[in-house]
Ligand binder design. Sequence first.
Ligand code: ME8
Length: 660
Amino acid sequence: MPKFYITTPIYYPSGDPHIGHCYTTVACDSIARYKRMQGFDVMFLTGTDEHGQKIEEKAKDKGVTPKEYVDEIVATFKKLWSYMNISYDRYIRTTDDYHVESVQKIFKELYDKGYIYKGEYKGKYCTPCESFWTESQLDEKGCCPECHRPVTEATEEAYFFKMSPFADRIEKLLTETDYLRPKTRATELVNNFIKPGLEDLCVSRTSFTWGIPVTFDPKHVVYVWVDALSNYCTALGYKNSAFEGDFEKYWPADVHMVAKDIMRFHAIIWPAMLMALDLPLPKHLAVHGWITFQNNKGEAQKMSKSLGNVVDPFMLGERYGVDAIRYHILREMALGADSGFSNEIMINRINSDLANGLGNLVSRTVAMADKYFGGTLPAERQADELDEQLKSVLTGIREKVDTCIDETRLKNALEEIFVAVDRANKYIDETEPWKLGKNEADKPRLAAVLYNLLESIRIISTLLMPFMPTTMPKVWEQIGADENICSYENADKFGILPENVTVHKGEILFPRIDMAKEIAELNAIIEKNMAEAKAKLSAEEAAGAFTPAELAEQITIDDFAKADLRVALVKSCEKVKKSKKLLCLQLDDGFGGRQVVSGIAQWYTPEDLIGKKVIIVANLAPAKLCGVESQGMILAADTPDGGASVVFPDQSLPCGSKIR
Ligand code: ME8
């Protein structure tokens, strides 16, 4: 059996997956399903890239270990893939033991062969992208050329991978073979990276620990891209014993699919690593563009959590069905180009292609077979020349779709199939079966027309199955077919359904969407998300711009010792009448209790404080505030926005504990 190995990138579990991640995964899934249908032994790999400084920092911010942090997000990725009907055969996590073992062996082999050597790294490092850049690669502002955020100067002992021995072979790979798709991108890679001289790559880090340790020098962890790229081989059991025989069987990969952001790593570094390991190179690298968010002014924006414009696939799936979303993203994105995501385009596409085009074809055909023949077609037929035109279009699409799939042009594959949908709908207009149905003498002709339509639907739904795997079995049910009849082998032939086929009227496959209503609702959701993200960003910016008040005059330790600071429990609390600012608190101070008045009512309600322990200045001379006596004061910090934040000590401390 011929084999076929396809991979998505392994995604960073640094935030929830969005429609962009869905694109690559759904695209690979559709190809994998198509190839299985063609009889290939398919290995479809996806997974998560879990090491690196970025993850380590995010986990620290959340107060959890990196593994705990990634485990939670990986669960969301897996949930989404199951929701989107992703039929992956293997899911690799770079924290899996077998992968760690293999990466260590790969690093050692490259070292033993002399391709990796120890040196000193001096240069620019972009933490969010985990990438080193040379001066000449930085953007015009001296920032990271990919994410345009500031880079930091880094000098440290590091291991380097010699890239120059592979420069000529890589240039040939990019320019003389069809490894890179679309090939038009080869020029930019050659001009930007190869022509100026391929620089050696820094492949280890010592400034953080969340990575795979270098076995022979464990204060170094392996550079996250070397770790990540290796996944395509380690997941097949390369240099580990987790998957006996798979590497020999499936390597080299037939297709690696990625977006343009990570093309350089897959077009240059990955081939260089494989050449150094003496391994065969993957056959194709399919590079697609970004799904950008099209705002209501029609401008394309990069999807980003901080802008609040990321499109949530769960939300869309709930509204329109997973298959409609799968269809839409695949139909919109051409290989290599960006694609603006807009709710209007999505709804138009679903309404025109799926509800009006395909949905109507199925429902009209089945309804007529039901109405005129009680669901079962009679054997007596009358053919017409028109039928041959329909048949020749329908029997010819499989070959066209095959070519598109082999060239990773999914948008074109769907376009081809929808040419057939349109042709079949046109055949209904040409043959006018509703007129034939009025006349008994025309029944044999009507039976032929409906049979030809059912056959067209069989071919169309067979070829659409890899793209819309939930809906097509429902179509088969309606046209009296099943998965055996709707096989790839039968998809270029006419006359497969039994002569006296019986149809079954079923649910509407793709209900028409009320554009105005949906757009209003979707816009409200996105506006809310964007407003929340903006508020979060300005709070963060305000915090970032904070300049502390000037330091007070110096005091001695004895001066400080005069202030008696104690832990006290807030037993009850209420607003001071006539004052908007004051709260009156009854405290257990460990010495029989006291009352304190505090000017924090704008920021705290009594409920926020009751039951909490706070810190008080216990030996402050009593004073009256708004006529209410205060025996001391509560400690609070100034916040950047001019508010106050009460200092809460360790809540297990007993009341009266002294603070020094
Ligand atoms: O780069 N439009 O992981 P990542 C289209 N861990 N595709 C998008 C997209 C968008 N808006 N957003 C994400 C990494 N993608 C590395 C990869 S591989 C050895 C290591 C998809 O989570 C697209 O496939 O940042 C892109 O290449 C990938 O997610 C980047 O995922």
